[in-house]
Each structure stands twice: as structure tokens, then as C-alpha cells.
Write a protein that binds this ligand. Structure first.
Ligand code: NDP
Ligand code: 8X3
Length: 255
């Protein structure tokens, strides 16, 4: 295959979907991961309508299932196995509870997805990149990884882990041509807040009241900027937020 290959986890919504559209537009071939079959089917249909030349491969699996990820990657046809860019995007927040009150089960979901899923993908994809002498890992971290905020304790901890894993991987790969980037968005209006407020759309909408949030497309442009930088430039981190957000603390947004 002549085009570059990008693998995007959690590609059916928000930032992942915007990345799929951006990289399709730029002529990359796409490996799309999702955990919902009908959303994945819809995404591929939409991409094929908008970008008739797009070439896709997809695999359905929850990134929390290490065995399924492993099997899905082993099943990649040889022409798809040479992944140039891994975008570790799948992730979520559930609830705004205090650390002494929240649900251990919900915390497990966040930790298993945002940290362990990302780590498993990295562990499975990077060795091939090293062998081929080229590759880039872009992690979707968050401003939430820079400092904890009220109601965000566990989510913020997962994104702090994404920062440490990005920095650690960059250190481990320093004598290779591979690059590692941690993109750290502030408030982006996607389905993210609906999940944070456990399906309460009104609460999610209120979260963005009075400010103009970033969009998935804004983040996809930044991801593409990092991916398309000249090979000697490693964009290690990007912190971006809406003009009316000042810090990672959600209560510090414009009133
Ligand atoms: P969305 O909820 O719109 O999209 C999240 C995507 O991840 C969905 O496609 C979802 O699938 C998928 N996903 C969730 N859990 C899993 C899993 N276990 N296995 C596979 N896929 C999964 O939110 P965003 O696009 O905003 O979030 C994407 C990333 O960006 C996350 O890592 C998030 O932490 C990060 N981020 C978001 C910010 C924001 O303000 N929106 C700010 C900073 C970072 P499904 O549709 O099936 O649920
Ligand atoms: C989410 C960013 O600012 O909405 O990762 O908590 S914020």
C-alpha cells in the first residue's frame, strides 16, 4: 500500500471520528477501532460517501479486552500491518464524584480504558514500528492530566498517567526515529460530557454554557499538525483549550 496507515481507537465519535475524517481527507488509509458495530458501519458509510477514495480496515473490540486487541492486530493482513501512526484516543470520564464517594466499578472502567487500553495498544503496535524504523504514537491526554479539579480525581489521575506513559515511551524510543506526542485538550464538545453526566444531556449542555468549546475537528487539526511535522521535529505535547477556559479546573471557566 502506498499511503500511510493510521490506526485510531474509539473512532466512532467526537475526536476519534474527526481524526478519521481528517486523515481520510489527507489521503491516509485508516484502521478504525470501535466497540459498537452499528456506529462503526455508519462511520465507514459516511467516510465512503464523503471521501470516495478512502481505504479502511476496521476491528470491533473494547480496548479493555487485551486478548481481543491482540487477536485483532494479529489478524491484520500484511498490507495493513505496517502502521505508521497509532492514535490512542478511546477514553471516557464517568461521574463528578468525590474520591471518597464515587463508584469503584466506574473507576475501574476509566482506569482500564484510559490507561490499560492505551498501554496495551502501545505495547502491541510499537515493536513493529521499531522493526520498520518508522512510526508515531499520538496519545489523546488532557488538560485534566496537568492538575486535579473538583469531581475529577480519578479521571485526572488517568490522564496524568497518559502524560507519564507518553513521556516514558519518548524516553524509551529516544535512540529510534519514532516519535511520541501527548495532545492535551481542554473542553471539547463531543459525547464526552454526556457520558460524564451519565446520559444527562441537559447537564452536559450546561457544562459548555457561556463559552465556545473546542470541536473534535479542532483537535483533529492539531493531531494532523503533529503527525505531518517534518521527521526531525517531535511535537512532544500540545495543550489547547477554548479562549474562555483558563485552567483544567472546570469550575474556573467563564461564568
Ligand atoms: P466521545 O465520547 O465523543 O468519544 C469517545 C470514543 O471512545 C467513542 O467512540 C467511544 O465509543 C470510544 N470508547 C470509549 N470506551 C471505549 C473502549 N473501552 N473501547 C473502545 N472504544 C471506546 O468523547 P471524545 O471524543 O471527547 O473523547 C476522546 C478522547 O479525548 C478521550 O480519551 C477523552 O478522555 C479525551 N479528551 C476529551 C476531551 C473533551 O472535552 N471532550 C478533553 C480532553 C481529552 P462508543 O461511542 O461506543 O462509546
Ligand atoms: C476533559 C477536559 O476540561 O473537560 O479531558 O475536564 S475537561
Amino acid at each position: 500500500m502506498d499511503n500511510k496507515i493510521v490506526l485510531i481507537t474509539g473512532a466512532t465519535s467526537g475526536i476519534g471520528k474527526a481524526c478519521a475524517r481528517k486523515f481520510a481527507k489527507e489521503g491516509w488509509d485508516l484502521i478504525l477501532n470501535a466497540r459498537n458495530a452499528s456506529k462503526l458501519e455508519k462511520l465507514i458509510y459516511e467516510l465512503e460517501v464523503e471521501f470516495p477514495k478512502v481505504v479502511t480496515w476496521s476491528f470491533l473490540c473494547d480496548v479493555r479486552s487485551r486478548k481481543k486487541i491482540e487477536a485483532s492486530l494479529e489478524e491484520l493482513p500484511p498490507e495493513w500491518a505496517e502502521i505508521d501512526l497509532l492514535i490512542n484516543n478511546a477514553g471516557l470520564v464517568i461521574g463528578v464524584d468525590k474520591e471518597f464517594e464515587g463508584s469503584l466499578d466506574e473507576w475501574d472502567i476509566m482506569i482500564d480504558t484510559n490507561i490499560k487500553g492505551l498501554l496495551a495498544m502501545t505495547r502491541l503496535v510499537v515493536p513493529g514500528m521499531i522493526e520498520r524504523g518508522r512510526g508515531h504514537v499520538i496519545n489523546i491526554g488532557s488538560i485534566a492530566g496537568d492538575a486535579a479539579y473538583p469531581g475529577g480525581s480519578v479521571y485526572c489521575a488517568t490522564k496524568a498517567a497518559v502524560k507519564a506513559l507518553s513521556d516514558g515511551l519518548r524516553i524509551d524510543l529516544v535512540d529510534t526515529p519514532l516519535r511520541v506526542t501527548n495532545i492535551k485538550p481542554g473542553m471539547v464538545e463531543t459525547n464526552f460530557s454526556v457520558v460524564r453526566y451519565r446520559g444527562d444531556k441537559e447537564a452536559a449542555d450546561n457544562f459548555y454554557k457561556g463559552i465556545r468549546p473546542l470541536t473534535g475537528d479542532d483537535i483533529a487539526e492539531t493531531v494532523y499538525f503533529a503527525a505531518s511535522a517534518p521527521e526531525h521535529i517531535q511535537i512532544a505535547e500540545v495543550l489547547l483549550m477554548p479562549t474562555n477556559q483558563a485552567t483544567g479546573t472546570i469550575s474556573y471557566k467563564k461564568k
